[in-house]
Ligand binder design. Sequence first.
Ligand code: ADP
Ligand code: MG
Length: 726
Amino acid sequence: MSSPREAAQLAVQSRQPRTFDVPRQPDGHRAPVSSYFGRHVLDLLKLKERLPRESYQALLSTVRHGKPLPREVAESVASVAREWATSHGATHFTHWFQPMTGLTAEKHDGFIDLNVQIPGELRVLERFSGSQLSQGEPDASSFPSGGMRSTFEARGYTAWDPTSPMFLVESANGRTLCIPSVYISYHGQSLDHKTPLLRSLDALSRQAVAFLKLLGDVDVHSVSATLGCEQEYFLVDRDHFALRPDLVLCERTLLGAASPRGQQFEDHYFGSIPPRALAFMEELEFELQRLGVPVKTRHNEVAPMQFEMAPIFEDVNMANDHNVLAMDVARKVALRHHLVCLFHEKPFARLNGSGKHCNWSMVTDRGDNLLEPGHTPHQNLRFLAFLAACLKAVHEHAVALRYSIANANNDLRLGANEAPPAILSVFVGDLMTDIIEKIISGKPGKDPDHFVLEMGVSKLPMLARDNTDRNRTSPFAFTGNKFEYRAVGSSANCAGPVTMLNAAIADVLGKMTARLKAKIDAGEGRDAAVLSLLKEVFSETAPIRFEGNGYSDEWKAEAKKRGLPNTPVAPTAIEAMRDPKQSGFLLELGILSEMELSSRFNVEIERYIKQVTLEASTMVELLTTFVVPAAERQLVASAGAKGALLKKRADAVATGLESVLGAAHKLEALLEELDGVHDESVRAARLAAELRPIMDHARDAADGLEKILDDGLWPMPKYREMLFIR
Ligand code: ADP
Ligand code: MG
């Protein structure tokens, strides 16, 4: 009789890549993506074909300019949506929203309604009203609100976000119409990730347009942000997954000795994609493309069984909805391939963790990328001004940005030598550094036109092409025509970090506008005024620029000298943000109210506590019921060992067993003690400072045992089994 672990291993080794029903051309070849892309999305084009002209125009001004949607228009959109959805097999609709759980939420409602007009006759028909489209009441008293809603008014409302299109989600036996929505409390406070994101886009647009006006770009009416997120993930076979309670409960391995083969050969990155993984990607991409998600790249990542997908960038709100959707669909599709898709930041210790690089830029309604150097001196000056704003934003709002990526999982990744450090800095590359230094040391006052040329601006257009000198250790890197915010964790909803980025930029743009205006009012010519502002801002932000190795200890010391905050754990990052000096700009810009902000702190601290506590209790159970019994059996087998080496081995098992028992005991005692600590901030801080180090110690002891115990006694799949499936 084989053990469950052996049985799993045999089953895993014999699995074949799964095929699915791909759309085909008449000659049998696979149909091109363009033939089915967006088939499950009710996009503006489909609405235009189906709506009366005036209704479509009204909808368009809501989407483009945020004008309120008239009731009659909502009615006609609803009627079109029902017809389209039911003709594609949908029986239900749902408001689809992003509460502060980190997941998406949905509550399905059938389209059916009873027709009571003819008494006595039983008639059912499909109905969907404008108000059902516009507003839903999930009555979700159990979503996290950080204490904002008291139970007697536990209602939270969802409201349709017409800037992101409706789509159909497929399940085993049907389809559901999903309506992207915000989620707000009875009194209009945000309870989700999307609302602050939309507010931050408003603020960014306002401030950027005002700044552009002063720069001379008077024909820009709005500015938006663009986002393309590179999503990393791991795949694990379901049979292995099922035998690992730590993966099942915490999405990460709490124990597991390193496999002799890890990522040292650097043979996985960009290597040939394992066939089962590739089959999964193909089906995932097919599903996503039907949903209008423009997924484009796929490849192996650094760690074994680690992969990445990236879409073509889009408007931030849409891109974020698409990323959240992509994660959801990936989880479901993986199961069909007998795989589990892990978005956890650190599923396997001592191997690379997963991030979600947020590629971000700003674009005007005329289609100009504001972080893209142009062809005229004016475009280049504008580019430099927005680049300066980004440096200023990261420098001034480093605490807020660090806060926006803080959670228990990302702590395991940040600063762990294969992810960006917990110190925020900006990498701009040699060429940009050179230009910035020249601006700082130059004398722009004399002859602005000449100066612009002299400082090397003619080289700027090369930037977008030449981003070879990329620094992979930087948390925030300029990559030619956009920034890559690399510190974001793979499981995050990017609305958090991107909201913060938009808000930080909006804030500094407001201040830069005032400074520029003062210079111009004082009689400086416009270009000269811009250059002198650039000179100031580039000098002020010099400490945030760092081109070296972000993993090195020297950088930690240097950053300290420069006065840059280094915040390695989430509870500290969250507490630092409670300081009104750090969070004030969010209130001023109308991104979050004081109440919304403090409710978020509560939710985040609570989540940290729940997560670390869950991990610790799971670990205690694993140690006590898996590791200890295995070691005890080994001790029985080694009892009475005579030879010196045999005795040494038995002693090692006994010592390991003692350490494991000791650590488990300490964990339990501390968990119990902390359970009685009612101040959540204190509790979270102590979990980070005291409990997690004991977990590390316990893990080392258990992993040491795994390496010396009889392989047949080890109950859980080992790293070498989980990470090297083909
Ligand atoms: P790399 O792995 O080299 O960083 P990828 O091609 O994997 O690059 O990902 C780069 C991402 O950046 C893509 O999603 C791409 O669409 C996105 N991107 C490119 N230009 C912009 C832009 N102006 N704004 C936002 N994202 C962008
Ligand atoms: Mg990439």
